[in-house]
Design a protein around this ligand. Structure first.
Ligand code: MG
Length: 165
């Protein structure tokens, strides 16, 4: 029988704000600005969560964790990811791999890419080779180029787990 595979795509944007920590993929990045948001505004994990929910056919991050709910104020997005991974498991799926692109003019993420990847692999319980992280700029164009905020995209592949005999 053919494998039951589901692809999911996620996209997220947050604007920079003073006085906030910059958390990307669960890792705190030293930078003068953080991202504004109801939670910790981890744009990488939000894109990843949206991709997982997309593959499951279960809406988006806002419908599961509304930004009007005080329970999620300042929450670590790693905890939201944990809940979504439970949904993956309950749906009898497993994550095959994920590919993330961060779109930002600043800060340069190359020095932190490995640390973020290791963190993501840990959160996802995946070998590091199965989670990829890329960073691009917009060559100075548009609001990202002007350093007003950053964006991230994620693609994931889920596979139905085999039934136990
Ligand atoms: Mg978000």
């Amino acid at each position: 029988m053919a494998a039951d595979l589901r692809v999911g795509h996620g996209f997220d944007v947050h604007r920079f704000k003073r006085g906030r920590k910059l958390i990307l993929g669960g890792v705190e990045i030293p930078y003068a600005l953080g991202l504004a948001g109801h939670s910790d505004a981890d744009v990488v994990l939000h894109a990843l969560i949206n991709a997982l929910l997309g593959a499951l056919g279960k809406g988006d991050i806002g419908s599961h964790f509304p930004d009007t709910d005080p329970r999620y104020k300042g929450i670590s997005s790693a905890l939201l990811l944990e809940q979504v991974l439970k949904m993956v498991k309950q749906g009898k799926f497993r994550l095959v791999n994920g590919d993330i692109t961060v779109i930002a003019e600043k800060p340069r993420l190359a020095p932190f890419a490995k640390k973020i990847r290791v963190k993501l692999a840990g959160l996802l319980k995946l070998p590091r080779q199965r989670i990829n992280l890329k960073a691009v700029t917009t060559e100075g164009l548009g609001w990202i180029g002007q350093g007003k905020g950053m964006a991230a995209t994620a693609v994931v592949l889920l596979a139905k787990t085999r039934r136990r005999r």
